[in-house]
Write a protein that binds this ligand. Structure first.
Ligand SMILES: Cc1cc2nc3c(=O)[nH]c(=O)nc-3n(C[C@H](O)[C@H](O)[C@H](O)COP(=O)(O)OP(=O)(O)OC[C@H]3O[C@@H](n4cnc5c(N)ncnc54)[C@H](O)[C@@H]3O)c2cc1C
Length: 277
């Protein structure tokens, strides 16, 4: 419950935030909504001497939709994402998934950027972003670069982001109108991380399928998407079952998780097909 002592920084721009990160190395970490990091600090599983609060950096805020791309500032909260009618109309999959994350209080604070940067395989947005083929913009001492969500996750809590980079934006191609979508999540109760969750898009230009918390990274399977695009639902499920690698934990043994994964994926495919126009 009681975190170790730390120094609090509140820079007003990105360059200052990176300077503080560089000055303190492993002892510093940025904090966004704090709803993954602070719980870890309270358990003393994250021992940090410097917390760099990103809240005052205006460049990390805002949602824009232009030229077929939705751009979410990293500090967009899950609540803001749910409330944005234009975003819900353009990418309803995002809203459907965000409503299944945590609970209202957590969603007032938790940010899209924190959710995808965290690297916890239990987080829902990484798989969602892989399904949507999002790109992540990273700012560091060497400038700005973009990494595809599908290339970002390396292992649990290991991502393509270096310790001195800050995630600034998430860029998401708006799916063609009429694209069927669904985010289906099996969890033990409200606010729980998924036993299995599936993000599905099915449009005239193809299909995309990703799953959450069934491996040490989110799993996007090209083969599963190709099978689904050709109408082969069982082929899609089989490809995804071959791609996941769940581990036994308090959510159940491996065989159970694979069973739930198949059920949830079929459920998401059914809803996505029923919404395809
Ligand atoms: C009770 C509870 C239930 C939850 N249930 C779910 C759930 O069902 N599904 C789900 O997905 N999540 C869930 N969460 C997590 C919640 O959504 C978090 O808020 C989210 O994962 C992290 O976002 P944050 O803004 O709070 O990040 P923080 O906790 O502030 O940061 C998390 C990590 O990301 C890093 N980070 C944050 N922002 C950036 C950035 N811009 N650039 C670089 N690094 C950054 C931080 O340094 C830290 O290491 C739950 C949390 C709680 C407390």
């Amino acid at each position: 419950m009681i975190p170790a002592g730390f120094e609090y920084h509140r820079p007003a721009d990105l360059a200052s935030a990176v300077d503080i990160l560089r000055a303190h190395g492993d002892e510093a970490r940025v904090v966004a909504g704090g709803h993954s990091l602070i719980p870890m600090m309270k358990l003393r599983m994250a021992d940090l001497r410097h917390l760099i609060d990103l809240q005052a950096i205006g460049a990390l805020k805002g949602i824009t939709i232009a030229e077929g791309t939705a751009t979410l500032g990293a500090m967009t909260t899950q609540h803001e994402l749910i409330e944005n009618a234009d975003l819900a109309a353009a990418i309803p999959l995002l809203r459907e998934a965000a409503l299944q994350i945590a609970d209202p209080q957590v969603r007032y604070m938790g940010t899209v950027g924190g959710n995808v940067a965290n690297g916890d395989p239990g987080n829902d947005m990484p798989g969602l972003m892989q399904c949507l083929d999002a790109r992540f913009e990273l700012y560091g001492a060497e400038g700005t670069r973009q990494v595809a969500a599908r290339d970002f996750y390396e292992a649990a809590y290991f991502t393509a982001r270096s310790d001195l980079e800050i995630l600034t934006k998430i860029l998401i191609p708006v799916p063609a109108s009429g694209t069927g979508y669904a985010y289906a999540k099996q969890k033990r109760k409200i606010g729980d991380y998924a036993t299995a969750a599936a993000a599905v898009l099915i449009g005239s230009d193809g299909a995309s399928v990703a799953m959450t918390n069934l491996s040490d990274t989110p799993v996007w399977s090209e083969e599963a998407g190709t099978a689904l695009a050709s109408g082969d639902i069982e082929g899609c499920v089989a490809a995804m079952l071959a791609a996941i690698d769940p581990q036994e934990d308090m959510r159940g043994p491996i065989a159970f998780k694979k069973h739930v994964a198949a059920v949830i994926l079929r459920r998401a495919i059914d809803s996505a097909l029923s919404r395809r126009a």
